[in-house]
Design a protein around this ligand. Structure first.
Ligand code: PLP
Length: 400
């Protein structure tokens, strides 16, 4: 018999969507998979060269459980330059992707019975990790078209048991980029109600409106002593499988992570650590700039195609690399057999050969997530099929 905690976890919906797309492709169909949570592009040569050099140099052994000191230092410098806030080595832990950083944060600060405010739609691992830590997710719905959470709704969700709030800007799946006023207000709430802020900023390099990403601590430096900033190279350098992330936090959280990681996974992969260190030392930023430019072009093309949708508003897509469609209006005018975004995602895959992720995965019955991190020709073809299929639904049903 399995432990109870396993039954608390939902099955991973994004992985299921991708598996469905792969299974369809395996039957010989030309599937365009817009379900991916990663940019399909070759990683920078500096990262690959760094990994090869590390292997050739015989770097095979354990490192400190929270990573190589020179890498922690290099990340502290990168973060200081990006945020304008001074970080040093003691504030940084290296993790196996953002996912481990988030789990460290949850296990370090949550006790059974604690409540954690999570803004929904949300990446499903947030509530899963809160449950694994024995605590209770309390959801606050962020609504279309902006998907920026309402501060009064967050305040109303806070109880004496609230221990933390998890935020994610730029957001997966909605693409929302929180404005400074919202971030400041969240910082104020955290201070007033003595909550931790766990801020997942792993899409920080992907902001397409305005000039740059605002970390919660840039908006509210005063919240520093209760903030854990989680980030990773997974998306930024297109190395999701290498498993290299990090977080910046007060020293006691870093010390807790050191203990947690020493008893769970030990250090993040040593080759990946050296590869990133090499990239941070020799990279000139050109890969990151080119990737950003490519995604800007993809976003513009995609928004133009999606503006042809009837009964569906063109998404904001201010950040991350997702178009998140609010299908509530379309679904309300349809009837059986298309009643939900699950049905629509199934139809897109089965009839139009396009993979997508239905909003239910993110706790939102109305949404549909489409990635624009795929090569331009596939994106264009895939989105045209989406528009054609969704626009045909009403007429098809009327004819049925
Ligand atoms: N946080 C968010 C919001 C994500 O969407 C993802 C992956 O999709 C992660 C964290 C996981 O990042 P990593 O692969 O670095 O663990």
């Amino acid at each position: 018999m399995l432990a109870q905690r396993i039954s608390l976890l939902s099955s991973p919906g994004t992985a299921a969507a991708r598996e469905a797309a792969r299974a369809a492709a395996a039957t010989g169909r030309q599937i365009i998979d817009l379900a991916a949570g990663e940019v399909i592009i070759e990683p920078p040569s500096s990262v690959r060269e760094g990994a090869i050099a590390a292997i050739k140099a015989g770097t095979n052994r354990y490192t400190d459980s929270i990573g190589l000191t020179p890498l922690r230092k290099a990340i502290a410098e990168k973060m200081s330059a990006e945020t304008g806030i001074a970080w040093n080595t003691e504030h940084i832990a290296i993790t196996a992707g953002a996912k481990q950083g988030l789990l460290d944060a949850a296990l370090a600060v949550l006790n059974p019975g604690d409540e954690v405010v999570i803004i929904r739609p949300c990446w499903p691992t947030f509530p899963a990790q809160v449950l694994l830590a024995g605590a209770k997710p309390v959801f606050v719905d962020a609504r279309p078209p902006t998907y920026i959470p309402d501060i009064d709704a967050i305040r109303a969700a806070v109880t004496p048991n609230t221990k933390a709030i998890i935020i994610n800007s730029p957001n997966n799946p909605t693409g929302a980029v929180y404005d400074r006023a919202t971030l400041q207000a969240i910082g104020d709430l955290a201070i007033n109600y003595r909550m931790w802020i766990i801020s997942d900023e792993c899409y920080s390099s992907f902001v397409f409106t305005g000039t740059r990403h605002d970390s919660i601590l840039m908006a509210h430096p005063g919240a520093r002593s209760r903030t854990i900033l989680v980030n990773a190279f997974s998306k930024e350098l297109a190395i999701t499988g290498w498993r290299l992330g990090y977080f910046a936090a007060p020293r006691e959280i870093i010390a807790a992570a050191k203990t947690l990681q020493s008893h769970t996974t030990s250090n993040a992969n040593v080759i990946a650590q050296y590869a990133i260190l090499h990239h941070l030392q020799v990279g000139d930023g050109s890969f990151e700039r080119e990737m950003h430019e490519r995604l800007c072009r993809a976003r513009n093309t995609g928004l133009m195609i999606l503006s042809g949708l009837h009964d569906v508003a063109t998404p904001g897509a201010g950040g991350s690399f997702f178009f998140y469609l609010d299908l509530s209006r379309l679904i309300s005018v349809l009837g059986s057999p298309v009643r939900s975004t699950d049905d629509i995602a199934r139809l897109l895959l089965n009839e139009s050969d396009v993979g997508s992720v239905p909003g239910g995965t993110f706790g939102d019955v109305n949404g549909l997530r489409l990635s624009f991190g795929v090569p331009p020709d596939l994106l264009e073809a895939g989105l045209k099929r989406v528009v054609e299929t969704l626009n045909s639904l009403k007429t098809r049903q009327a004819a049925a």
